[in-house]
Ligand binder design. Structure first.
Ligand code: DGP
Length: 112
C-alpha cells in the first residue's frame, strides 16, 4: 500500500520522531501550524476516524494516553489542541488516521 504514514511508521521515510512504541508513532509535522505541532498515528493502517470500530478502538485509547504523556513531557501546561481531520471537506490530506497535537499559541473557537 502506498501510504506515506505507513512508510513513516515503518521507517522507510524519515521523520523527527518524539515517541514510538509497538502500537503508535509520534513525530513532528512537516508543515507546523503552531510553535509545537506533533502528529500521532497508529502503526496499523486505519484510514480515518470514520473507520474506528470495536476491532481497532483499543489503539485509539492507547494513543490518547500517549497524547497526554507527550503534552506533559513537552510542557504544554498552558493548553493544547488535539485535532483529527476526517474526510476531504474537513481537510484530511493523508488518508491514514492521525491526531494533530498543537500547542504554543492561542486557538480560535469555533475553529473555522
Ligand atoms: P491532514 O491535513 O489533517 O491530513 O494532516 C496531514 C499532516 O501531515 C499535515 O499537517 C502535513 C503532515 N505531513 C504530510 N506529509 C508529511 C511527511 O512526509 N512528514 C511529516 N513529518 N509530516 C507530513
Amino acid at each position: 500500500m502506498d501510504c506515506i504514514f505507513c512508510k513513516i511508521a515503518n521507517g522507510e521515510i524519515p521523520s523527527e520522531k518524539v515517541f514510538e512504541d509497538e502500537l503508535c508513532v509520534a513525530f513532528k509535522d512537516l508543515d507546523p501550524q503552531a510553535p509545537s505541532h506533533i502528529l500521532v498515528i497508529p502503526k496499523e493502517h486505519i484510514e480515518s476516524a470514520a473507520c474506528i470500530d470495536s476491532s481497532n478502538s483499543a489503539v485509539i485509547a492507547h494513543i490518547f494516553e500517549v497524547i497526554s504523556s507527550i503534552a506533559r513531557d513537552n510542557g504544554f501546561d498552558n493548553g493544547f489542541r488535539v485535532v483529527s481531520n476526517c474526510g476531504e471537506s474537513a481537510g484530511q490530506s493523508v488518508m491514514h488516521l492521525h491526531f494533530h497535537i498543537l500547542s504554543g499559541r492561542d486557538f480560535a473557537w469555533p475553529p473555522g
